[in-house]
Design a protein around this ligand. Structure first.
Ligand code: C2E
Ligand code: CA
Ligand code: CA
Ligand code: CA
Length: 281
């Protein structure tokens, strides 16, 4: 056993050692970043295709690192999940998003909604109540259905008791549920009914391929979703052509660089005030 141990150790190359050190440094930085207020929530508009109105926003977190500049979530969310920091970070994002939502509902649209991403790690490691969703919503006099949580298919596939319980508590609070990156994971259609899912978000890879098989896939998803009473959001819409095709096949909402990149809250407020009102003469 000892020899095997030494053998294993010999595979730990200098490059791996460097990677482990980088990870350690980053996870220390990450832990401090929350106290140092280095995170910022950006908001990307979600457009109702039939009316052209901005009806929702997705909250997307960024890390404003003191030396490395702005770091995208793909670079630090996995680490935050591994270290457990995702729980306080996720709670912080949710509180920020709810406060903004209250402001935008008062100023622009009393039915505006905010979508917040939830990692599987958040479902497994804490109770629904930790985030204080209900208290936080009550604080601003908001109904549960002002908020949408975005989760991935994997979470529902073999939902453990705690995941189940937390999902049902979201449901009971009236909070809506969207399946993110739909079609990229192991899909089981049974769970769409079981958990009374509200939205499917079609993954960007299908939208990119609307001239190929993506078109058939998007159409099939829209038809199925509507039959089950769900609405569909297309992600990663970058061209007018993509928007027009999606509108034609009956997709309900679209999100992507065509409309706007994710924006800091102040810029998003400006976007809402400048957005053309299609009902105006
Ligand atoms: P996601 O939930 O699938 O978010 C959509 C991603 O696509 C965002 O990347 C967004 O900026 C990007 N995007 C939007 N429109 C377009 C487009 O037209 N073209 C292209 N190429 N990309 C577009 P972002 O902000 O880097 O976020 C990456 C992922 O990080 C998110 O993917 C989500 O899974 C995760 N994430 C972000 N914020 C949070 C958070 O607060 N909590 C958790 N748990 N995860 C988060
Ligand atoms: Ca998302
Ligand atoms: Ca997505
Ligand atoms: Ca429903």
């Amino acid at each position: 056993a000892k020899a095997a141990g030494r053998n294993c150790f010999s595979y730990f190359t200098p490059a791996m050692q460097q990677a482990a050190l980088d990870r350690l440094r980053m996870s220390n930085d990450l832990r401090r970043a929350l106290d140092a207020a280095q995170f910022e929530v950006h908001y990307q508009p979600i457009i109702h295709l039939m009316t052209g109105r901005v009806v929702k926003a997705e909250a997307l977190v960024r890390w404003l690192h003191p030396t490395r500049g702005m770091i995208g979530p793909a670079e630090f969310i996995p680490l935050a999940e591994d270290t457990g920091l995702i729980v306080p970070l996720g709670d912080w994002v949710a509180r920020q998003a709810i406060a903004r939502l209250a402001q935008w509902r008062r100023a622009f649209n009393p039915e505006f909604q905010i979508a917040v991403n939830q990692s599987p790690a958040q479902f497994r490691s804490n109770d629904f109540t930790d985030v204080g969703w209900v208290q936080e919503l009550e604080r601003y006099g908001l109904e549960g259905n002002a908020v949408v949580i975005e989760i991935t298919e994997g979470l529902l596939l073999n939902a453990e008791p705690r995941v189940n319980k937390n999902l049902l508590m979201f449901r009971d609070a009236g909070i809506q549920i969207a399946i993110d990156d739909f079609g990229t994971g192991y899909s089981s259609l049974a769970y769409l009914r079981k958990f009374d899912i509200d939205y499917l978000k079609i993954d960007r890879s299908f939208v990119e391929d609307l001239d190929g098989i993506g078109l058939d896939l998007c159409e099939a998803i829209v038809v199925m979703a509507h039959r089950l009473g769900l609405e569909v959001v297309a992600e990663g819409v970058e061209t007018e052509r993509q928007r027009d095709i999606l509108a034609r096949i009956g997709c309900d909402y679209a999100q992507g660089y065509l409309f706007s990149r994710p924006l800091p809250a102040e810029s998003f407020t400006a976007l809402l005030s400048a957005w053309p009102d299609p009902s105006a003469p």
